[in-house]
Ligand binder design. Structure first.
Ligand code: SAJ
Length: 424
């Protein structure tokens, strides 16, 4: 076995395959990561239950070793590819990492080997990019000289091993036989459903499941904006809507961050790039969600105005810089867009986040002399705050709640000038 790309997907899957007895080589471009892994040291931040122990075990047993060299792969029967597939600022997929791994792999590919791309890719990428690159590099034909599959991952930071084991997966084979072979392989580490499909189905399912979540969040955010305008409480509305059968209204909030949800809708959209398939829901949902951090700035501006305070020259506390509660992961964080907008408006910004080293200062010190506090992430530290005491730390009692954490009446009772997403 081999795994190319030992990041937050590749390393757990390499370790789990090694744990069940496969001899696994991990190819990683970053030499310092290779060194750490071969020393049994987990090269990732955040808390991943079981990951450090598992890595130590499989490295010391010699079942997993890391290298930067593709030439070590010449005897490998199965090669998984877990490299990044980001989109650029024009929402076009950037496949450099995928391309270079395929180009490096082709010439060293063992006859009859099975290559499985686990990275999330736009529908059509297997056929149009992976297949031709591998056939050219290997100098052979797919389904004859080598076999090719797509099995998208469904991990989530903080639950990498649990998700790998317990979440079902679509298993996209170049042929039904290849898909069945892949099912047999994944059954060694996956306890949930393994659904054999073709490439395009696997590519569509993965990008669709995340585009689905993004549009559901956008819908919730649009209802939140309506509630603010007509005097509703979106959290109460959502709770009661979801009592109706077949409703699953998601949580509105200060924005959508992370490594999957902001990106995968664009990968799905890209599959029809240049074709006459006008998309509205997917791009508009992205725009609605990207607008939410800016909406937080508007809410702060409105509240400051009640104190005849301009945004320019104000000192604003941004609470939460990660993209998810109680996580140190700040990828595509909505707070980045908020801080940019606040700076553009001439405000001085203080950032606090208990999980990020550069923002871990004492919250009471961060709050001192601030004219407003904008809560962007539902970190436990913030949900447990003594809000009466917190108000006294601020220069102006302005509180903007981006995640439905605080009760409006209570906050008004404490003397705050309060704005909450979805609260009229
Ligand atoms: N968010 C909302 N409202 C919601 C849900 C999320 O505003 O109702 C925001 C979060 O605050 C965060 C962003 O969206 O900023 C993403 O949140 P997420 O819960 O989707 O977390 P992710 O990004 O780690 O999503 C991953 C995805 N898993 C994979 O791609 C394999 C996603 O498909 C899963 O649904 C999610 O984990 C999960 O909850 O397991």
């Amino acid at each position: 076995m081999a795994v190319i790309g030992l990041g937050y997907v590749g390393l757990p899957v390499a370790s789990m395959l090694a744990e069940v007895g496969f001899d696994v080589i991990g190819v990683e471009i970053k030499a310092e990561r290779v060194e750490k892994i071969n020393a049994g040291i987990l090269p990732m931040e955040g808390h991943e239950p079981g990951m450090q122990d598992l890595l130590g075990k499989v490295v010391s047993s010699g079942k997993l070793r890391a290298t930067t060299l593709y030439k070590d792969l010449t005897d490998r029967d199965v090669i998984l590819i877990d490299v990044e597939t980001p989109v650029d600022d024009r929402n076009i997929p950037q496949y450099e990492a995928l391309r270079s791994s395929l180009i490096s792999l082709g010439p060293v590919l063992k006859a009859g080997a099975l290559v499985i791309i686990e990275s999330t890719i736009a529908p059509g990428t297997m056929e149009k990019l992976a297949l031709p690159l591998l056939e050219a590099g290997a100098g052979g034909k797919v389904n004859v000289d080598f076999f090719l599959g797509n099995c998208p991952e469904r991990v989530m930071p903080g639950k990498l091993l649990a998700n790998l084991k317990n979440l079902s997966r679509v298993v996209g084979g170049g042929t039904p036989e290849t898909a069945e072979t892949m099912v047999t392989l994944y059954r060694f580490i996956v306890a949930a459903d393994l659904d054999p499909v073709d490439w395009i189905t696997a590519e569509l399912v993965k990008t669709t499941e995340n585009a689905y979540r993004d549009t559901q969040i956008a819908f919730a955010n649009e209802v939140a904006l309506i509630c603010e305008a007509v005097g509703g409480d979106v959290w109460k509305v959502r709770e009661l809507v979801n009592k109706s059968p077949y409703r699953l209204m998601h949580l509105p909030g200060a924005g959508v961050g992370g490594h999957c949800i902001p990106k995968d809708p664009w990968l799905l959209a890209y599959s029809v790039n240049g074709l006459d398939v006008p998309l509205k829901v997917i791009p508009t949902s992205r725009a609605v969600n990207d607008g939410m951090p800016l909406h937080m700035a508007e809410l702060a501006q409105q509240a400051l105005a009640e104190h005849s305070q301009e945004m320019a020259g104000s000192r604003i506390l941004v609470m939460g810089y990660g993209y998810l509660e109680d996580s140190d992961d700040a990828r595509n964080s909505p707070s980045e867009a908020l801080v940019r907008r606040l700076h553009e408006s001439g405000a001085e910004v203080v950032i606090h986040d208990p999980y990020l080293a550069e923002y871990q200062g004492d919250l009471t010190q961060c709050a001192a002399n601030c004219d407003a506090a904008i809560v962007m992430v539902r970190h436990s530290e913030y949900t447990a705050l003594d809000m009466a005491a917190f108000k006294d730390l601020l220069r102006l009692p302005v509180l903007v709640d981006g995640r439905g954490i605080y009760d409006k009446e209570q906050m008004l009772g404490h003397g705050y000038t309060f704005r909450g997403v979805g609260i009229g």
